[in-house]
Design a binder for this molecule. Sequence first.
Ligand SMILES: NC(=O)C1=CN([C@@H]2O[C@H](COP(=O)(O)OP(=O)(O)OC[C@H]3O[C@@H](n4cnc5c(N)ncnc54)[C@H](O)[C@@H]3O)[C@@H](O)[C@H]2O)C=CC1
Ligand SMILES: NCC(=O)COP(=O)(O)O
Length: 344
Amino acid sequence: MSRAAADAPIAISCGEPAGIGPEVAAGAWRALGAEMALLWIGDPAHLPDDTPVRVVTSAAEAHGPCPDALPVLARDFGSPRRPGVVDPRHAQGVIDAIREGVALATAGRARALCTAPINKAALIDGADFAYPGHTEYLSALAGDVPVVMMLACDALRVVPATIHIPLAAVPATLTAAGLEEVLRITHAALIRDFGVAQPRIAVAGLNPHAGEDGKMGGEEIAMIAPLLDRLRGEGLALRGPLPADTMFHAGARAGYDAAVCMYHDQALIPIKTIDFAGGVNVTLGLPFVRTSPDHGTAFDIAGTGVAEATSMIAALRMARDMADARGAGGVGPSGGSIWEKART
Ligand SMILES: NC(=O)C1=CN([C@@H]2O[C@H](COP(=O)(O)OP(=O)(O)OC[C@H]3O[C@@H](n4cnc5c(N)ncnc54)[C@H](O)[C@@H]3O)[C@@H](O)[C@H]2O)C=CC1
Ligand SMILES: NCC(=O)COP(=O)(O)O
């Protein structure tokens, strides 16, 4: 893993062409093109018609801000974009753009990777994609390193301990070893990437009322509480297992830096409710920085011009701040996280 120059671009993989990815990438470039270097990887014909493009052949040509045109590593996907309508012929190009972004970030030719949303079903149908999402694919590309999904906004960071699996599979999938790995990766990333010197992590229970002393489920007593006790013995600041229904109001949020939840919706419903427009999806544990908007492909509005680029903009800013933090050895860009600053 090589470190990128401070003026190297943040690579943006195109995501699903039929979705809003090309539109929010173009919108984010309009907002940020003068303040940071960006490099979009995809078929330039899929960008909105009014997007000025500068085709480059390498990331080296995209150093420094480019406010006049969006630098593009151009790839020919073979057919036009039809908003809202998936073309299976695009699937391999979408996957390749992610892989190229990872290669650039790993080689230090890009500062970070910001991925536009993919449609998982489209990639499975069109190219036998073997992963349920970016998170698992990026882990594989990085050499099967253990990774954790985090969604973050100014008011909240959440981590689902299990991700894209059926709800019925959650109890059997949750293990002490798996949860311990999630907690350790989250703790380390809060220090390294977010400038939180002494992370405080709240941990949700699995069952209603965190099991109500075993009357409403046993996972808290059998597995979660003993694990948290052991890790507290090592000095980790952990609270829980907490009833999930009362841990996300403003007063509760002030007491922790991240909430580790037991399943996808337990984590993502609160953050997308609090700040859908500004939420960012981050993969923790990778050797390079990866962020993404919190939303999906939004086929229902693709091509209509109403897609908001706010989450993509937040994702690019967070990628830059995380790259800065890693460059500074884990101290946040201004000596502290935006959450710490917001509390003071
Ligand atoms: N990082 C990624 O690659 C992600 C991909 N997805 C994928 O996206 C597809 C669609 O998922 P959904 O659950 O429908 O969620 P979605 O986020 O695509 O859409 C949910 C609702 O929010 C609206 N919306 C989303 N982004 C918006 C924006 N930027 N501005 C204005 N309105 C916006 C949509 O119009 C829709 O009504 C699925 O295939 C899913 O797997 C979902 C989340 C993240
Ligand atoms: N629900 C979050 C989501 O689908 C994003 O997944 P990933 O593609 O970032 O792994």
